[in-house]
Every structure is written in structure tokens, then in C-alpha cells.
Design a binder for this molecule. Structure first.
Ligand SMILES: NC(=O)c1ccc[n+]([C@@H]2O[C@H](COP(=O)([O-])OP(=O)(O)OC[C@H]3O[C@@H](n4cnc5c(N)ncnc54)[C@H](OP(=O)(O)O)[C@@H]3O)[C@@H](O)[C@H]2O)c1
Length: 302
């Protein structure tokens, strides 16, 4: 009986609302906010409300990119920053398309992002995806941006384990710590556990920022569609959610947070209801038994 009571208490226990971004010393909200569906001129009112809801609850780690809506997401986030002067932590990304992979290209794109966001510096600047060559010129451009005070911390996105170790080594030459690798990671896509990226993040001391953590909303639904095999996981998420008076989306985010302290999921939200629900994921904790059952139902990281 005492054991049962203790497990209920542990399960209801709220989680820390912040996590360290790699070894940078910067504390960010334990869940970030993805903004790839923010489209200036289309959903401004809903986005302003979402932004306010996040800040009211201490969720201040916003993720954007120059390519989202061809700059519209950055512009709208900049508008949020101007309207609501409370501090926020901004991450954005440089896209190294085939015609723009030089230091000059990165520094020019950075200035354009700063301009759209209306800020003098960016907290976390990522290389959005790898290319086939080495990334030393881009790493050196990042280092120059840090020295110029335009970027505080440097990350990569969609990089494999070897690629991220190489760039971490290159940055270390200028005493810059690779802060994060942002990769696709959810209960329906556990590749970072098997392809070495999670292990590399731990080893290098970088955060694993998990994008698509709700599989585009699929993990928020209580149905796996027509495929009976895929129905086991949503059924389990719904059952666990009911035990905690929570939602399947909260369970899915909770599981990622419990998987490793270096993981920082960034669920996308363009409506304040989504943001409110996701913030609530930190109000309680999965039991060890629930964690293990979800682990098995989602493929055990294979
Ligand atoms: N680095 C990369 O290559 C890369 C690639 C893809 C995405 N990203 C980043 O990762 C972020 C997250 O990915 P994502 O937005 O594509 O996918 P996601 O987080 O898996 O899902 C977002 C979708 O789920 C909905 N949603 C969010 N919370 C919900 C909740 N509690 N209940 C029900 N529905 C909910 C959202 O609705 P509403 O929008 O209506 O609120 C949105 O449609 C992006 O915004 C972006 O910043 C990075």
C-alpha cells in the first residue's frame, strides 16, 4: 500500500520546467515551441495568442528557420517579440542549399534573419541540414558570427553522428561548444537511438532537440488509422493518459523527456490550445512501468 501511494506521488510529481542547452550554461524551457506553421499574414492572431500563452507559462524557447514560409515564420516571431517585450530565446537556421555554402553566404543569410526577427543577436543558430562536403567553412563562419556577437550558441540539424562529431571538433578549435543537434525524433521515429546520434549528443555534451515529436499531430490522436498493428501504441497512450488525467500528446512528450536528460522536444504549435496542452506535459511524470510499456509498444528503439 505504501509502495502504491509512493508511485502515485511520483507519477503526479511535476517535472523541472527548464533544461540546460548542451554545455552552454543556457537554461531553456524543457519543451520548445516549433513555428514552421507560423505564416505572417495568414494566422497572425492565433500565433500572437499562442506566443503569449507560452510566455505566461515560462515557455520561451522558440524554434524557427529562414526557410519556414520563406521568411514568414521569422517575421511573425519578430512581430511577437516587438509586441510582447518579455525575454525569449530564439533559435533559427541557415539552409546550405547547393548554391550557397560559403562563409559569405552564411553571414549574409544571418544578417537577413536578424533583420526579419528584429534582433541584434540570435541565441542559437543552426546549420539546417548537412551537405556532402565537409562543413569546416560553415563552422568557421559560425565561429566568426559568434566572435561578432551576432550568435550566442551554435547548433546543427539533421546531422549524423560522425558529421556532428567532426563539426564539434572544428568548433572546439575556437573554443565553441556544439550546443545541439536538432533531429527527427518521436515515438514513431526512434532512429536517433539506433543511428548513434543520441549517443553522440551525450558524448559531445550537446542537446538532442527533437523535431516532429508528435509526428505532425498523429501522436495527439487516439487512433492509428486502419492499420491494426499501429493501433497498439495510440491505445496505450490513451490508457496512460486517462490514468494521469492527461492527453496522448502529453504522454508522447513526457516519454521523450524521460528517455534522456539531453532531449528537448519542440512540438509545433500555432494555436494556444495546443501550446497549453503541451505545457501541461510537465505537470506530471510517467511511472517506470508506463515508460517501459510505451518503450515496447513503440518498437523498443529498433
Ligand atoms: N530541423 C528540421 O529539419 C525540422 C523539420 C521539421 C520541423 N522542425 C521544427 O520542429 C517543430 C515541430 O515539428 P512539427 O510542427 O512539424 O510537428 P509536430 O510538433 O510533431 O506536430 C505539430 C502539429 O501538431 C499539432 N499539435 C501540437 N500540439 C498538439 C496537441 N497537444 N494536441 C493536438 N495537436 C497538437 C499542431 O497543431 P497547431 O499548429 O494547430 O497548434 C501541429 O499541427 C517545427 O515547428 C519546426 O520548428 C524542424
Amino acid at each position: 500500500m505504501i509502495g502504491d501511494e509512493m508511485s502515485v506521488l511520483a507519477a503526479a510529481h511535476p517535472q523541472p520546467r527548464t533544461r540546460l542547452l548542451g554545455k552552454t550554461g543556457l537554461q531553456v524551457s524543457a519543451l520548445g515551441i516549433g513555428t514552421n506553421k507560423w505564416q505572417q499574414g495568414k494566422n497572425d492572431a492565433a500565433v500572437f495568442e499562442t506566443y503569449r500563452t507560452c510566455l505566461d507559462n515560462g515557455f520561451t524557447f522558440f524554434d524557427t528557420a529562414e526557410v519556414y514560409g520563406f521568411g514568414k515564420s521569422e517575421r511573425l516571431l519578430g512581430e511577437c517579440l516587438r509586441r510582447d517585450r518579455r525575454p525569449a530565446i530564439i533559435a533559427t537556421k541557415f539552409a546550405p542549399f547547393i548554391v550557397r555554402r560559403s562563409k559569405r553566404h552564411l553571414l549574409k543569410a544571418l544578417d537577413a534573419s536578424l533583420n526579419r526577427l528584429g534582433v541584434a543577436s540570435i541565441d542559437l543558430y543552426y546549420i539546417h541540414f548537412p551537405h556532402f562536403g565537409n562543413h569546416f567553412e560553415l563552422a568557421d563562419a559560425m565561429a566568426e558570427a559568434v566572435q561578432a556577437g551576432k550568435v550566442h550558441h551554435v547548433g546543427v540539424s539533421n546531422f549524423g553522428a560522425t558529421q556532428m562529431r567532426r563539426i564539434a571538433d572544428r568548433l572546439a578549435r575556437t573554443n565553441i561548444q556544439l550546443a545541439a543537434n536538432q533531429v527527427h525524433y518521436s515515438l514513431l521515429h526512434r532512429n536517433p537511438e539506433s543511428n548513434g546520434v543520441l549517443e553522440a549528443c551525450r558524448e559531445v555534451g550537446a542537446s538532442l532537440v527533437a523535431y516532429f515529436p508528435l509526428a505532425g499531430g498523429k501522436l495527439a490522436a487516439a487512433s492509428g488509422g486502419r492499420n491494426a498493428r499501429l493501433q497498439a501504441l495510440p491505445d496505450l497512450l490513451a490508457r496512460v493518459a486517462a490514468t494521469h488525467n492527461a492527453t496522448p500528446a502529453q504522454v508522447a512528450l513526457n516519454w521523450l523527456l524521460a528517455r534522456d536528460p539531453c532531449v528537448i522536444p519542440i512540438p509545433g504549435a500555432s494555436h494556444s490550445n495546443s501550446a497549453k496542452q503541451n505545457i501541461g506535459a510537465l505537470d506530471w511524470t510517467l511511472t517506470a512501468e508506463e515508460f517501459a510499456a510505451i518503450d515496447v509498444a513503440s518498437g523498443g528503439g529498433r
